[in-house]
Design a protein around this ligand. Structure first.
Ligand code: ADP
Ligand code: ZN
Ligand code: ZN
Length: 802
């Protein structure tokens, strides 16, 4: 038997499978999707089994075929479906297959680890084998292979006498904490009798006796109001003992969830539900767009359709943007589906993520809720895929391997013949256009549940404020509205669009702004560390006291980062308690959650933040949302600038008045007449959609045209220009005259990390030779990169145009 193996060498010239002989001892065990160690040239390296066939490629000399040395998994980490998916994607998106395979796997797998057998039922294991397990009851795969025991062990695994365990290295290993329990040396009744005269010790002991089935963390003694000093005495007398307990990594693991009843659907929800349910029952692929304003009950529709899927013994996968994956959201799913929910997001440690992945792989979890990469969850019988907030750019992975989760989701829904649901209050133009054409099935929820009114939205023209002599960043009406809310003890959310508006340092005399020496970009001032930093390459320096250009001392911090606004707020509204949420205050794990909790508990009057507060916030006491600078995104050199502005402002506005109290939104702008801003005020998605579609048509942008963005970069400007011309030539040779090739021209960010950057943008509708050109360019520049670091980045359907 022959295994076709993709080897772990990220080079183009090995991006196809190699044939390896499967040695007899591995033949009954090996499966598609397992990782193997194979000889490759002078080395031995890791590979992935993509296919198992009887005969080798007839062109190969059988005598020269090498053997697989060892296998690393017994249970494959990759399902046959994911193996196929990697093949399809690599082919059509000029991406090395090995990179896709690696992107699919949880990162713990790539970290240092050993896989081993673990004893489950020792009576079922023959003695001579049992001897080979270590004291912890483990027997490493590697050793088992070397000893030739694999063929006896694998059947035992099927009989559940042993199971697989992954022993992870230090940083992924289980966390422990000090815990306390009663000592088994004494009879509890005797101890209690003895302690009767020492009520404090008695209480501690009685408490631990009651809680014997679980680990009681040492700190809990204090927390429940018992006496920590009695613990010492009890320990000294040998009645209790301390030990290291494993901390459950699943933060919800030991919790019992109050089951939440499903709600009676509104007529609109029912209609959506019925349409989706029909497709679930018919077991066919169909893509739905669920277009519903925030609070219209989309999530409730997801929950109930998932339930229908589970009833048919299938599985459901839901993608949400990372920042929307809040504890509130997770809880809602756990309350419906309990332990059947696996949560996959980047705030989990590698080990935690691997736990969740295994839960899915082993069939213990049938529902997943996760961010972008959870689209690779190893389900084998999917009944539905949901992408919530489908318009979000975070579904596009910008680092290599570049991919859009939607492409994978669509492929998987076709593979499983199940519905794909795209949900949004502000669908991307591409998606809505497809729904309009009937390619997607459009479902609309135009009203909030219970017909709750949407908040009133007021637009303030900041040019007028300036003309009236108000130079502050708060307009008169926003200031009054804030004061009013503070007086009524209601909460306020202030949104600062951070992008392109962070604070920098400016010389008031000559206008000099310190730049990054490696990139063409101003340095950003960080107050907490008193440093100027480059957001692109990480360069930092201490801010100058004197202008390096004119020696003036009038050089200082300008602009309006969140820190600056916080200071202003503190000055203007002295009594207000402010919670600031931005990249700086949320960098620590759990900080995001804590700040939101604090705000939810009323520990702050004003929540000031960037993009990250636009979602998921759902607190009854928020009655005012202020947008300090609506324009910053409008002015970015990106054809999606208006769309993003509309989406973001709509989202932020949705934070106000979600409950009984009426909400108000104030948007400050220098472009009050812009359609993106006016349509937010009117809450009219369709009006915005139609206007924006006209611009896209005139500008030849998606959804009318497809785009590919080529970025060529190198430290030497001349080389970049030469290569850019070469790429341009190749494209012209392969494309018809219906395609538009723009450039080469310097990128909007013309230099990053010392490298000059040129771009070529291709707009096209259908180009039969395009794929060939891409493949050729990718191969050619891969070699070039290995030789002299000249890089060509091919971004198909780009989201970042800079
Ligand atoms: P969306 O996902 O569109 O923002 P949700 O599903 O979160 O909307 O619903 C908004 C609120 O309305 C939630 O508090 C939810 O519990 C509630 N809700 C949703 N559907 C119903 C219903 N049919 N009956 C009563 N309350 C509902
Ligand atoms: Zn100066
Ligand atoms: Zn830089």
């Amino acid at each position: 038997m022959i295994a076709k193996v993709i080897v772990d060498v990220p080079a183009k010239n090995v991006d196809f499978t190699f044939d390896y002989l499967i040695p007899e001892r591995l033949a009954p065990i090996i499966q598609v999707g397992v990782r193997v160690i194979v000889p490759f040239g002078p080395r031995t390296i890791q590979g992935y089994v993509m296919e198992i066939v009887d005969e080798a490629d007839p062109e190969l000399d059988l005598n020269k075929l090498k053997e697989i040395k060892e296998i690393q998994d017994i249970k494959p980490e990759l399902t046959p479906e994911l193996v196929k998916l990697s093949e399809w994607y690599g082919k059509y998106h000029v991406t090395k297959r090995i990179s896709i395979l690696e992107a699919m796997l949880p990162s713990a797998i790539k970290a240092k680890y050993t896989k081993a057998f673990e004893i489950a039922e020792d009576e079922l294991i023959p003695d001579d084998l049992l001897e080979k397990f270590d004291r912890e009851g483990h027997y490493a795969y590697k050793a088992a292979q070397q000893n030739g025991d694999l063929d006896r062990l694998v059947p035992l695994m099927k009989d559940e006498a042993i199971r697989e365990i992954t022993l992870l290295s230090q940083n992924t290993r289980k966390k422990t904490q000090r815990a306390i329990r009663i000592s088994s040396e004494h009879n509890p009744d005797d101890v209690l009798a003895m302690l009767e005269k020492h009520p404090k010790q008695y209480d501690v002991y009685a408490y631990l006796l009651d809680e014997q089935q679980r680990d009681v963390p040492l700190k809990e003694i204090d927390e429940v109001g018992l006496s920590p000093s009695s613990v010492k005495t009890l320990e000294k007398n040998g009645f209790v003992e301390k030990y290291d307990a494993i901390v459950e990594r699943d933060p919800y693991a030991s919790r019992v969830f109050e089951q939440e009843e499903k709600r009676q659907l509104t007529p609109g929800q029912q209609e959506a539900y019925d349409a989706i349910k029909k497709v679930i029952d018919e077991e066919k692929q169909e893509t739905f767009l669920l277009h519903g304003v925030t609070g219209s009950g989309k999530t409730e529709v997801y929950l109930q359709t998932i339930e229908a899927v589970l009833q048919q013994d299938k599985q459901a996968m839901m993608l949400v943007p990372e920042i929307a994956l809040t504890p509130q959201m997770v809880l809602r799913f756990k309350k419906r589906f309990g332990d059947e929910v696996a949560v996959l997001h980047s705030a989990l440690s590698k080990g935690e993520r691997y736990d969740e992945w295994q839960k899915i792989r082993d069939g213990r979890a049938r529902v997943s809720v996760g961010a972008r990469s959870s689209v690779f969850a190893p389900f084998t019988n999917l009944g539905m895929i949901i992408i919530d907030e489908e318009h979000e750019a975070t579904y596009k992975q910008e680092d290599y391997p570049r991919y859009h989760a939607k492409d994978f989701a669509l492929w998987r829904s076709e593979y499983h013949n199940c519905p794909l649901i795209l949900g949004s209050a502000t669908p991307s133009l591409e998606t809505y256009a497809r729904a309009e054409k009937g390619v997607y099935h459009l479902l609309s929820l135009p009203e909030r549940v219970n017909n709750q009114p949407l908040p009133a939205i007021n637009i303030v023209d900041m040019r007028e404020e300036l003309a009236n002599g108000n130079r502050s960043m708060f307009s008169t009406s926003l200031r009054e509205a804030i004061e009013e809310r503070l007086a009524r003890n209601e909460q306020i959310v202030l949104f600062l669009n951070q992008r392109g508006y962070s604070s920098f340092v400016l010389c008031r005399d000559c206008g000099h702004v310190p730049q990054c020496p490696n990139c063409d970009i101003s340095l950003t001032y960080h107050k907490s560390s008193d440093q100027l930093k480059c957001h692109y390459c990480g360069y930092q320096e201490t801010p100058p006291n004197k202008c390096p250009n004119c020696e003036s001392v009038h050089i200082r911090q300008m602009g309006t980062g969140t820190q600056k606004v916080e200071e202003l707020l503190n000055r203007e509204f002295e009594e207000a308690k402010i919670i600031r949420m931005d990249a700086d205050t949320t960098s620590r794990k759990g900080a995001h959650e804590k700040l939101l909790n604090d705000f939810g508990e009323g520990k702050g009057d004003i929540l000031l933040g960037t993009q990250m507060i636009a979602k998921g916030l759902d607190f009854p006491n928020i009655t005012l949302v202020g947008v300090l600078n609506a324009d910053t995104m409008l002015n970015l050199p990106d054809f999606r600038a208006s769309e993003r502005t509309f989406q973001l402002l709509t989202q932020v506005s949705g934070r106000a008045g979600r409950h009984e109290k009426e909400g108000e939104v104030i948007i400050q702008t220098y472009n009050p007449d812009h359609y993106a801003i006016q349509d937010v005020q009117l809450n009219d998605y369709l009006s915005f959609y139609h206007k924006e579609m006209k611009y896209r048509q005139i500008g030849k942008y998606p959804p009318y045209y497809f785009l590919i963005n080529f970025t060529i970069s190198h430290v030497n400007m001349k080389e970049v220009m030469q290569a850019a011309n070469h790429v341009h030539q190749i494209l012209l040779q392969h494309l018809t005259d219906k395609a538009l090739v723009l450039g080469p021209s310097p990128a909007a960010l013309a230099r990053i990390n010392r490298e000059y950057r040129f771009q070529i943008l291709v707009k096209y509708k259908s180009e039969p030779e395009l794929h060939k050109a891409l493949q050729y360019l990718d191969d050619y520049y891969h070699e070039k990169y290995l030789k002299d670091k000249l890089s060509l980045k091919i971004d198909i359907n780009p989201y970042m145009m800079m």
